[in-house]
Ligand binder design. Structure first.
Ligand code: NDP
Ligand code: GDR
Length: 357
């Protein structure tokens, strides 16, 4: 039975990946942080009492800032595969705590790689590093003649998060080249789901749509509505992570849909799920969205009601304006294909938030 260790198992991707690996027959170990309140909501359904027989899902307390703990867990588990998904993953928050982000997202990756080396596991243990489209920094900062980003595009990170992740990317490549480790970077573009953290823009929108439709919230405050992202579904993207570690040779892959959508259009699509059409009026900080019509008798919103306002508080000191990825290599080499369309994902997210609020 193969053993996998997942850092960040309590997060969006960690939870889907744990499900996928359990389905595939793995013994799955996850690292969770100690917190004063429960942080395992996304994986509680996978938990099995350790006193039962043949338990294949186990959690270990740990933190990417603690080398000795990382070494001990890896020594104990002797994993065939490590998926390094643990990170302070919020781009805007990274401007508020840049040193912490460097410690977790950059040096944390090094700690894992070094632990594998120190323990003499370089031949046995494969490692996946959660790299990101934030490495590219967007078209305004990093103009790209091709009009999209692939594995050969230059990097230009625009946040402490992006800068920390670029270290993670390069140190992963370096350990592959220097020590022959099976170490891969998945350069994943934005991916979302009903399990997405509540302060990332898609989930913030779908939760607000559900609450506004049910009369539990008046208005949604957002930052830059012009930003464009290549949004896919997390369930599709964790499959690409696994595929990367099943290849003959380690390599780096872009995972994306190849389509980009503005935050404004995402808002439009999410409100359309509850039968509400919007008009956007004004520009930049003054932009608002008002209800044009409301066709679902269950969720009647008054025409003219202001449901979205821009709050410059959510603007970033340096923004990534537009991301679009070219997943040709992942499709060609890994045989990866996304199953969800953006429309299906928006529907799933809004429905889930309607059910839960
Ligand atoms: P989440 O923010 O949902 O999850 C992050 C996970 O990391 C959580 O389990 C969190 O634990 C854990 N974590 C945070 N700090 C530490 C630490 N100091 N030590 C150990 N674990 C820690 O992120 P996603 O699931 O969305 O993303 C997974 C990975 O992929 C991240 O590395 C992210 O940067 C990267 N990525 C994500 C993309 C996306 O669009 N989702 C795109 C490209 C890359 P806790 O629950 O305790 O907070
Ligand atoms: P991103 O995701 O920064 O791309 O990082 P996020 O959803 O936070 O922002 C996407 C875009 O939306 C704009 N935006 C807002 N963002 C948030 N969070 N809140 C708002 O109110 C808001 N209004 C507008 C942002 O300015 C931005 O342009 C995500 C994370 O998962 C990273 O960990 C990952 O590496 C990248 O995706 C790929």
């Amino acid at each position: 039975m193969k053993k996998a260790l997942i850092t960040g198992v309590t997060g969006q991707d960690g939870s889907y990946l744990a499900e996928l690996l359990l389905e595939k027959g793995y013994e799955v170990h996850g690292i969770k942080r100690r917190s004063s309140s429960f942080n395992t909501q996304r994986i509680d359904h996978l938990y099995v009492d350790l006193h039962e027989e043949n338990v294949r899902f186990k959690l270990h307390y740990g933190d990417l800032t603690d080398s000795t703990n990382i070494i001990r867990i890896i020594q104990e588990v002797q994993p065939d595969e490590i998926y390094n998904l643990g990170a302070m993953s919020h781009v805007k928050v990274s401007f508020d705590m840049p040193e912490y982000v460097a410690n977790v997202d950059a040096v944390g990756t090094l700690r894992l790689l070094e632990a594998i080396r120190i323990l003499g596991l370089t031949e046995k243990t494969k490692i996946y590093q959660a790299s990101t489209s934030e490495l590219y920094g967007g078209m305004a900062a990093n103009k790209n003649a091709k009009g999209f980003y692939d594995e050969s595009s230059p990097f230009y990170p625009r946040s402490p998060y992006g800068a920390a992740k670029i270290y993670g990317y390069w140190i992963t490549r370096n350990y592959r080249e220097a020590y022959g480790m099976f170490a891969c970077n998945g350069i994943l573009f934005n991916h979302e789901s009903p399990r997405r953290g509540e302060t990332f823009v898609t989930r913030k929108i779908t939760m607000a749509v559900a609450r506004i439709a049910k009369g539990k919230q008046e208005c949604l405050y957002l930052g830059n509505l012009n930003a464009q992202r290549d949004w896919g579904h997390a369930k599709d993207y964790v499959e690409a992570m696994w595929l990367m570690l099943q290849q003959e040779k380690p390599d780096d892959y872009v995972v994306a849909t190849g389509k980009t959508t503005s935050v404004r259009d995402f808002v439009r699509m999410a409100f359309a799920e509850v039968g509400v059409e919007l008009d956007f009026v004004g520009e930049n900080e003054k932009e608002i969205a008002i209800v044009r019509s409301s066709s679902n008798p269950q969720y009647q919103l008054e025409p003219g009601k202001v449901v979205v306002k821009v709050d410059p508080e959510y603007f970033r000191p340096t923004e990534v304006d537009l991301l679009i990825g070219d997943p040709s290599k992942a499709k060609r080499v890994l045989g990866w294909e996304p199953k969800y369309t953006l429309e299906e994902m928006v529907k799933e997210m809004v429905q889930s938030d309607l059910n839960n609020c």
